[in-house]
Design a protein around this ligand. Sequence first.
Ligand SMILES: [Zn+2]
Length: 249
Amino acid sequence: MGLYTVSKRIARRIWSEGTIIRLEPSLRGMLKIWYAGKRHTCPCCHSRVRRFLTDSRLCPGCGSGPRHRLQWLYLEKEYHLFGRNEAVLDIASWRYFQRYCLRKTALRYHSMDIASRWALEGGDMTALPYKEGVFQVVLCSHVLEHIPEDQAAMREMHRVLAPGGMALIQVPLQGERTFEDPEATSAEDRERVYGRADHVRIYGRDIKERLGRAGFDVELIPYAEKYDEMDRTLYGLDPEETLIIGKKH
Ligand SMILES: [Zn+2]
């Protein structure tokens, strides 16, 4: 067990979640020093580290995983998000991204979650607490696979976007067809069928049609392929992670 896992366990035993969130930047500053090295550079927090942590390959400096780093690269290098002053809705945000948007950019940043302690607003994705057409960007990373009524969630993302707006969506994607088993109703069933007790389906590439039915023009972008193997290792990217871009007319 590495220093990261041990210190996380100790921190959780002695501090409340609120205290950990408050102390997080200083705690991560120490981890960054401990894991300093040349093998990887995090595109989000620019930490240079000898390894990413745990099976989830988390950055010691900011807690990003491969999917966050790919999302960040796209938003920074292709969409130039951080130089804009658009209204962004981040569904189920991650903390470093939220902090960065609020402190370092002119974005009008909103985060919403059904349960999280740090999201700025609470709410249900199938009935978003926002008016029609108020956001230029909606971010929704690894959320839809948890939502039974995903069609309603997709329609809601479309509704709150302004014309010309973009939803950037990520889900675990496997094969062509989406797989749902209506008989997998208990946590044990879902663990067995989908590999995760809190997932309700495994999306295939036909997520494109599902999003299309909600009104989006959809493009599946194998964005990690834009980077060669050396850069994928440097940034800690998953070559399989696909970005799903849904545009509103
Ligand atoms: Zn980082």
